[in-house]
Ligand binder design. Structure first.
Ligand code: ADP
Ligand code: ADP
Length: 226
């Protein structure tokens, strides 16, 4: 489903964040990008999303190169570390928003119906009329994930989505994310620096260090530092 081929990223200041990164992700898999802060995880996610342009190499979705495709035409959902909800909109409006803009926009009442279906899936129907600022971190995270899924993207990208939550909530939401990803059958890349988190939710794990892939395997086959 996703092929990353000899991907290189050098920033304008000359710093090379990715040397030559290659991996393939199968359709429906939840893959974690795991590694210490600064190793290039967000850079990979931003390249896959189209928020950055590679210096060399290719990114393909179902065999087709997307490197010259704008983010909005890549059929991805993105969940940011800080959720990035629109503060002036209600929860329902936040979730409807992606359906009511751009060239594939649909009518308001149709968008509302779809938004409500997804809100039922993530158990946030009762938050519908609230503003993001009045929600807890865990609730905001659910809203962000629901908004990312509502357009039925082929690929879901999550950049450290649990790092702003307390420990207990992190455990719960990560289980919910795994369940949801499997339920809707989406291909997902989940960035984390937390080894235990990666081991608990992944079908496969990509371990990165300083801009290179060190290992890529099923959780049980990885060699892990004690
Ligand atoms: P991670 O997500 O693993 O913490 P990042 O992908 O954010 O790492 O960053 C990888 C490296 O690239 C870091 O050393 C970071 O400082 C550097 N970097 C990220 N963005 C830029 C940029 N726009 N210009 C220069 N260096 C950057
Ligand atoms: P993350 O928490 O995802 O690792 P960072 O805090 O490293 O993100 O980076 C936040 C933003 O700053 C990103 O857009 C990244 O591209 C940019 N950035 C990171 N490091 C540098 C750098 N050394 N020079 C310029 N921009 C950077």
């Amino acid at each position: 489903m996703i092929d990353v081929i000899d991907l290189k990223k050098q920033f304008d200041n000359g710093f090379t964040a990715l040397e030559s990164v290659s991996f393939s992700i199968e359709k429906g898999d939840l893959v974690c990008l795991l590694g210490p802060s600064g190793c290039g995880k967000s850079t990979i996610l931003n390249l896959v999303a189209g928020l950055l342009t590679p210096s060399a190499g290719d990114i393909q979705f179902s065999g087709k190169s997307v490197v010259h495709t704008a983010p909005k035409d890549r059929n991805i959902g993105f969940v940011f570390q800080n959720y990035a909800l629109y503060p002036h909109m209600t929860v329902l409006e936040n979730i409807m928003f992606p359906l009511t803009v751009g060239k594939n926009k649909i009518k308001k009442d149709e968008a509302k119906k779809i938004a409500e279906e997804y809100m039922a899936l993530t158990n946030i129907e009762d938050l519908s009329a609230k503003k993001p600022g009045t929600l807890s971190g865990g609730q905001q995270q659910r809203v962000a994930i629901t908004r990312a899924l509502v357009q039925k993207p082929e690929v879901l990208l999550l950049d450290e989505p649990l790092s702003n939550l307390d420990a207990r909530l992190r455990l719960r939401i990560r289980e919910e994310i795994r369940k949801l990803v499997k339920e809707v059958g989406i291909t997902a890349i989940f960035v984390t620096h937390d080894q235990e988190e990666a081991l608990s939710i992944s079908d496969k794990i990509i371990i990165m260090n300083e801009g290179v892939v060190q290992q890529y395997d099923d959780p049980q086959n990885l060699y892990l530092e004690p």
